[in-house]
Ligand binder design. Sequence first.
Ligand code: PEP
Length: 248
Amino acid sequence: MTQQKSYIVGNWKMNGTQADIAILKAIADAAASDMTVDVGICPPATLIAAFAQGAGGIGVGGQDCHAKATGAHTGCVSAAMLKEAGATFSIVGHSERRADQHETDADVLGKAQALHEAGMSAILCVGETLDERDSGNAIAIVTGQLAASLPDSASADWLSVAYEPVWAIGTGRVPVSEDIAAMHAALRGTLVDLLGAAGASVRILYGGSVNPGNAQEILTIPDVGGALVGGASLKAETFLPIIQAAPR
Ligand code: PEP
């Protein structure tokens, strides 16, 4: 199996205005001189078109999409709309949407399917709550989320998975490396079960309080193929060192 490039993706959540295109440009300019890492940014939907114009070699993605192509779904955006705006991929199943919008695994599967049909790739997020971690069932719960959210049409080259413990997002808390390694190994096993040998090449990103100080340790854990970064992706000064910490 060929070694995949590391994949570092910024999730800007509900942050960013046109004035912040300067931040994207700073990241794009620095990343342009280093093609050994794949970099993506998911701005709010309002900025996708502008970011796509200035992104250079950086991929621009959505943070979510609706499962349907069109219809009476006020406030929602379809995969094809993201694509028309310039996105080439989207996050689906982020824990903030699972919590705030009560999204289920079945909902996430529908969204992933919509991305596939629109010709966009997916970053499918999974992760356990603190109660689930403390119950000792985190691995079964998280691998179960993956199995239940992955469409039949899924292929290894279309998919990235992001393991994001809910209790580590935006909190400054990070699991010990052994726990990250155990979860990524379990997700790898599930991917191979579901996709066959090609499942070995899917990049499994870690997400949850990644910062310039912990990135190198996290990104060199076996089966960690990159990072999904929230807060630290909002500034070039904190996002670029994470990209630089990725293994080549
Ligand atoms: C995220 O929301 O995907 C995330 C990982 O956030 P943070 O890096 O801020 O914990």
